[in-house]
Design a protein around this ligand. Sequence first.
Ligand SMILES: NC(=O)c1ccc[n+]([C@@H]2O[C@H](COP(=O)([O-])OP(=O)(O)OC[C@H]3O[C@@H](n4cnc5c(N)ncnc54)[C@H](O)[C@@H]3O)[C@@H](O)[C@H]2O)c1
Ligand SMILES: [Zn+2]
Ligand SMILES: [Zn+2]
Length: 391
Amino acid sequence: MKALCWHGKGDIRCDEVPDPKIEDGRDVIIKMTACAICGSDIHLMDGYIPFMKKGDILGHEFMGEVVEVGRDNKKLKVGDRVVVPFTICCGECQQCLRGNWSVCERTNRNADNATKAFGYPTAGLFGYSHLTGAYAGGQAEYVRVPYADVSPIVIPNGMSDEQALFLGDIFPTGWMAAANCEIEPTDIVAIWGCGPVGQFCIKSALMQGAARVIAIDNVPERLALARSAGAEIINFDEIDGTVPDHIKEMTGGHGADKCIDAVGAESHATASFDAIIDKVKAATLLGTDRPHVLRTAIMACRPGGIVSVPGVYGGFLDKIPFGAAMNKGLTIRTGQTHVNRYALDLLRRIEEGEIDPTFIITHRAKLNDGPALYETFRDKKDNCIKVVLTA
Ligand SMILES: NC(=O)c1ccc[n+]([C@@H]2O[C@H](COP(=O)([O-])OP(=O)(O)OC[C@H]3O[C@@H](n4cnc5c(N)ncnc54)[C@H](O)[C@@H]3O)[C@@H](O)[C@H]2O)c1
Ligand SMILES: [Zn+2]
Ligand SMILES: [Zn+2]
């Protein structure tokens, strides 16, 4: 079968690889009908997440039709259409029982690596390195789904693939980022990053009742989409002074009650001192993450506020103004998304027409075109916001 594989930094290829097989009674095999490229995939492409190996199959946003079912799987049957959450969950451990799906205690087959990096293992993830279980990803014609009697979401007939696909990652990710802000009706929510995750943060914050949303980026078409969703916008390349100062000005000195970092490890900034240090450190292999946005969000948040971080970071972060966080009494919440906590509620909202997640798709293509579209998406060429691939 065809699959998009990682071959090194900046080197993604569409390879011919063996078809997956059932390995455990709870597995299913799906025939992929739609998959997407995520900002998290770009961190892998750019070498920000260690533990990738040549030939690893990428992709954690995917859906398809069940074509084979393991003998112990009583949940799914051949022909079911499912969206597969990016987090692999056993459904039985203490964390799964608490609904902390992305930190399932059992599904990471490289628990030792994760324990060394993080102190404890986190869940297995599809297509996301040998730190999170080394599971083959979903940017492939066929995918083995382990523990498939737990997290796959069965999609009702009548809902299109494109409407359902983002239930496996970025829609619940935006939703959880907003839910972590405990939004109150008077809240002003500032959101850094107007990529796919940022866009779902904006929609979710407004759906959860925020009074105002201020969205920050420097990519014109992404800012335009944010504005059409109801956000006020800041193009950080076009303002005098800093983003926190600008937010203060826009809010009559009040500041942002809640701040969301939907950028993560690869934030860019033009002239700030900290961003230059991050770049030098990344270039000389002295550091990896570039947490400019996290620093800014902490500084911009008003005392007693909440900073919510869906943006992915990989390692040790330098020069985080923790004194500001501590003295202002901020709450910081973060995490890989607990997809199954939100998926059925969000599925219902799509069915009832409260939101149509297809608003974000700008590029549709075939798996073969995947390597070129990874570059288009990373470099934000051709007005690209979200790529959906079919087999
Ligand atoms: N927590 C989770 O479970 C989860 C799930 C999916 C994605 N993510 C993460 O969310 C982040 C965003 O993903 P995406 O798909 O939207 O990626 P993306 O790369 O398309 O979007 C990031 C956006 O941030 C903007 N940006 C960069 N520097 C900025 C700055 N200084 N200020 C404001 N904006 C800035 C970029 O221009 C871009 O539009 C990534 O880190 C991704 O790994 C997390
Ligand atoms: Zn993702
Ligand atoms: Zn579990």
